[in-house]
Design a protein around this ligand. Structure first.
Ligand SMILES: Cc1cc2nc3c(=O)[nH]c(=O)nc-3n(C[C@H](O)[C@H](O)[C@H](O)COP(=O)(O)OP(=O)(O)OC[C@H]3O[C@@H](n4cnc5c(N)ncnc54)[C@H](O)[C@@H]3O)c2cc1C
Length: 414
């Protein structure tokens, strides 16, 4: 990594990535790997506004579930070997509907797998990814913010808040839900406000989790528990889970402010006793839940990846999994273009940008449709819907072959 802080002359790069969280940092590492196989190495710049510490918006206190298919892709990119020690395997997933009979399980063993996915804490992942970037030739501008961009015939000129100017052939926006690049380029998004807020916290239970994850649909919204690695401060008979609990905004605010005992009692009431007793909760953070989606995540010499292209409800744990598929899609398009044309390639060409758009369309559309259906279907108390979803969950547990397509989606196999 070349850590560049200031320059007055515009510097020329092939690709500039704005945003160095999960999507941007994995893309930069993937490009660095690809670059090593080319006769002329790629000039890659990564611009990230925050250093990887506890206040980083992209590498915060959240834990996320990385699906089996994504682990495969991260391994192929040479990234998972560096993150593996941070992962907690999910061996089984239990899905239930509070107050109704529907419930089902997804299990790794019958599918011939060790795990359906892995849970990682983003704050720890951030430090590892930036340490990996330091071993590459990627020019990392951090902390630095893109404040202006000027679209030109042959690329984009970026102004950073430290005075640096960068000229790139291809601009990649990986700058999250409120993408500054998208705002500068005045690109439209479609928004759905679910009128829910997620409370995220680490909770401790009085029983070992034995690598089970849970998804429970309650009257107010879905609640997910992801198994986490044990820490010295938690006795071995107990276990840690990462909790994501979607609630109406007013109720979420109340529970965020409530004292520990009130919070734990409300959680126990909503989740039941399947994981034993909830005995502790850490810092509670809240996220408003909206779905935003760019119908066309491209522009002249520019592509959008990850949350900048679409921000999902965390109900199905698909946000980064889908964002990683954007990253892999772009890498595949660039790799194929190099294979076809040799080393002199215009990375911002209309062909590359449109091939990226075409390669992402079906996956993005179907993932978004499924998630909106899940959120709306499972947040509704209208009885035919309740009956339908309970029957659906029950049928899944009675007819194991039906589980395969569901498991395939959950695990990010495409
Ligand atoms: C509660 C919750 C639970 C979730 N659980 C899961 C899960 O289980 N599985 C899953 O796959 N996904 C999950 N997700 C989604 C997942 O966390 C996100 O999809 C993913 O982290 C988004 O990464 P990103 O890099 O696309 O965007 P972001 O994390 O938003 O990163 C954008 C980056 O751009 C930088 N930036 C912004 N503007 C500028 C600028 N002008 N100049 C320079 N840098 C800039 C920011 O500092 C930031 O680092 C969850 C999300 C939430 C909220």
């Amino acid at each position: 990594m070349t850590s560049v802080q200031h320059s007055t002359q515009p510097q020329s790069v092939d690709i500039a990535i704005v945003g160095g969280a999960m999507a941007g940092a994995t893309l930069a590492l993937g490009l660095a790997k690809l670059s090593a196989s080319l006769t002329r190495p790629l000039r890659i710049a990564l611009i990230e506004a925050h250093v990887a510490d506890s206040h980083h918006p992209g590498f915060d206190a959240r834990s996320i579930a990385i699906a089996h298919g994504s682990i495969f892709e991260l391994s192929r990119l040479g990234i998972w070997s560096q993150l593996k020690h941070l992962g907690t395997p999910i061996e089984n997933i239990h899905v239930s509907d509070r107050g109704h009979f529907g419930m089902t399980e997804l299990n790794a063993k019958p599918l011939g797998l060790d795990a359906l996915g892995q849970v990682v804490e983003l704050a720890k992942v951030g430090s590892v990814l930036f340490a990996e970037l330091a071993k590459t030739s990627v020019q990392v501008y951090c902390p630095a913010k893109v404040t202006h961009l000027y679209t030109q015939q042959d690329g984009h000129l970026l102004s950073l808040d430290n005075g640096t100017q960068l000229h790139c052939q291809l601009l990649v926006a990986a700058d999250g839900a409120n993408s500054v690049v998208r705002q500068h380029l005045q690109q439209p998004t479609e928004q759905v406000d679910f009128e829910q807020t997620a409370i995220v916290a680490n909770v401790t239970t009085d029983k070992p989790h034995q690598y089970w994850a849970y998804e429970r649909f309650t009257q107010t919204g879905p609640l997910a528990l992801l198994p986490m690695q044990s820490v010295v401060s938690v006795p071995t008979a107990q276990s840690r889970f990462s909790l994501v609990w979607a609630l109406p905004p007013a109720q979420a605010e109340q529970l965020k402010q409530a004292d520990k005992a009130t919070f734990l009692a409300a959680l126990q009431q909503a989740f039941g006793n399947r994981v034993g007793q909830f005995v502790d909760v850490g810092q509670r953070v809240s996220y408003p839940l909206t779905l935003s989606y760019m119908p066309r995540p491209i522009y002249h010499r520019c592509v959008f990846v990850g949350n900048a292209a679409q921000t999902l409800h965390p109900i199905a744990g698909q946000g980064f999994n889908l964002g990683l598929r954007d990253v892999v899609g772009l890498l595949n398009v660039i790799e194929k273009a190099y294979a076809a044309t040799g080393s002199e390639l215009d990375l911002g060409s209309s062909d590359i940008v449109h091939q990226y758009l075409a390669s992402r369309q079906t996956d993005r559309d179907s993932t978004l449709r499924n998630i909106e259906f899940l959120v709306r279907g499972f947040s509704n108390q209208y009885w035919p819907l309740v009956a339908g979803r309970n029957l659906g969950l029950r049928l899944l547990s009675w007819l194991p072959p039906l589980k395969r397509p569901v498991a395939q989606t959950a695990m990010g196999w495409r």
